[in-house]
Ligand binder design. Structure first.
Ligand code: E4P
Length: 218
């Protein structure tokens, strides 16, 4: 399973990259707004900086248009920023049409705001590179986000769809483990959830004991 970081914050991207486990980055308009980035030039420069930081990893940049022509125009401009940009397109009717257009024109895509297996089938049929089911938001609505990952994984495997399952809206380290079990190809996570994988009290207790005992022979 690949690890993407789900943020537009450069310090957090750098920290995850330095850990040596980072395969890419996902952003969305809310994450970009959180960083206080304003205006077309600033947005484009920020995406370029992220692409250079992760050095070869895919970087999802989301369109904000909702009509076919707007999505295509915006997506073309985003894709031109850097070869690693993946155009993030919402799961709406014009979004599906645009996904097909991008597929036919060699532009890689991430179909976002996916909450059902039916939507994931449509994204795959349109040739999306990635499909992003939103695990945490599904759990927040008292449904089972991990179950959706497992269902999409089974469908894609039976049908031979090539679209990669990019589990998004991750809230904690357990989500990451469960996504790996359920067959996600990629997990995009906040830095805290990635670092949460490191934690185990027995590791801390064991290390403290080893360091204490090491004093006896140092
Ligand atoms: C990433 O691609 C998604 O936009 C993101 O994971 C959504 O996460 P949230 O539900 O925590 O906003």
């Amino acid at each position: 399973m690949k690890f993407f970081i789900d943020t537009a914050n450069l310090a957090q991207i750098k920290e995850a990259h330095e850990l040596g486990i980072l395969d890419g980055v996902t952003t969305n308009p809310s994450l970009m707004a959180k960083e206080g980035i304003k205006g077309t030039d600033a947005v484009q420069n920020h995406y370029k900086t992220i692409c250079e930081l992760v050095d070869g990893g895919d970087v999802s940049a989301e369109v904000i248009s909702t009509d076919f022509d707007g999505i295509v125009e915006e997506g073309k401009k985003l894709a031109a920023i850097h070869p690693n940009i993946v155009v993030k397109v919402p799961m709406i009717k014009d979004g599906v049409k645009a996904l097909r257009w991008f597929t036919e024109n060699g532009i890689r895509t991430n179909c976002t705001l996916v909450f059902s297996a039916g939507q994931a089938i449509l994204a795959a049929k349109a040739g999306a590179t990635y499909v992003s089911p939103f695990i945490g938001r599904i759990d927040d609505s008292s449904w089972d986000g991990i179950e959706l990952i497992a269902q999409i994984s089974q469908i894609y495997s039976i049908q031979g769809f090539k679209t990669e399952i990019l589990a998004a809206s991750i809230r904690n380290a357990l989500h990451i483990v469960k996504c790996a079990e359920a067959g996600a190809d990629v997990c995009t996570c906040p830095l805290d959830s990635i670092l949460g994988l490191l934690k185990h009290p027995l590791t801390d207790i064991g290390l403290a004991k080893f360091l204490e005992d090491a004093k006896k022979f140092a």
